[in-house]
Write a protein that binds this ligand. Structure first.
Ligand SMILES: Cc1cc2nc3c(=O)[nH]c(=O)nc-3n(C[C@H](O)[C@H](O)[C@H](O)COP(=O)(O)O)c2cc1C
Length: 186
């Protein structure tokens, strides 16, 4: 059984990106679990807080979840042609202390997807993650791309993915990523 951790970079209740992550959990290949984790509850990074209290509990548990997983799926919104600060903040916390970075992110298979109501489907946000993932030593899967544009027409009111073509592309993307993560498994 392989486990992939999936994280949405939006805190919004009706988030398209969280809906996309939920859809991904339904479309994973057999014998692969997509465990949905959250950035909710992670404080703003503050070095004084870290020095006084150490790593906050929600960060510590997310770190261990990522460390123990076979891969990491980041589902990213796009803000101002880049990545959302709330999502980056969570990843910044996960990179503390730096001595832990190789254990959490080193060689970790990572894939990026995202959804936007605009026409470009988070392409600039996904690109903005590249230097971050490189810095952390993650093993980015670049064998596929999923850019969900015009998201308001892709999910229904309850957040269910209803667009058959996107569903097929998401399934293909996940199969490709899982094959890659499986090939990296020691
Ligand atoms: C501060 C801010 C900046 C945004 N900038 C972009 C942008 O550059 N490109 C884009 O496609 N959408 C942009 N949007 C719209 C988001 O894609 C949209 O709010 C989307 O629903 C956010 O993802 P979510 O549904 O998962 O919360 C922006 C939204 C906010 C709040």
């Amino acid at each position: 059984m392989m486990t992939i951790i999936g994280i949405s970079g939006s805190l919004r209740r009706g988030s398209y990106n969280t809906s996309l992550l939920r859809a991904a959990a339904q479309l994973m290949p057999d014998n692969v679990q997509l465990r949905i984790e959250t950035i909710a509850g992670i404080p703003l990074y503050n070095g004084d807080l870290e020095a006084a209290e150490g790593i906050p509990q929600p960060v510590a548990s997310l770190k261990e979840a990522v460390a123990g997983a076979d891969g990491l799926l980041l589902v990213t919104p796009e803000y101002n042609n880049s990545l959302p600060g709330v999502f980056k903040n969570a990843i910044d916390w996960l990179s503390r202390p730096p001595a832990d970075i190789p254990r959490i992110f080193g060689g970790k298979p990572v894939a990026l997807i995202g959804a936007s109501p605009g026409g470009f489907g988070t392409i600039l946000s996904q690109n903005a993650w590249l230097p971050v993932l490189r810095t952390l030593g993650a093993d980015l899967w670049s064998g596929g791309r999923l850019l969900v544009s015009r998201a308001q027409g892709v999910f229904d009111q309850s957040g269910t993915l209803t667009d058959a073509a996107i569903k097929d592309r998401l399934r293909d993307f996940l199969h490709g990523f899982v094959a890659f993560a499986g090939s990296r498994k020691h």
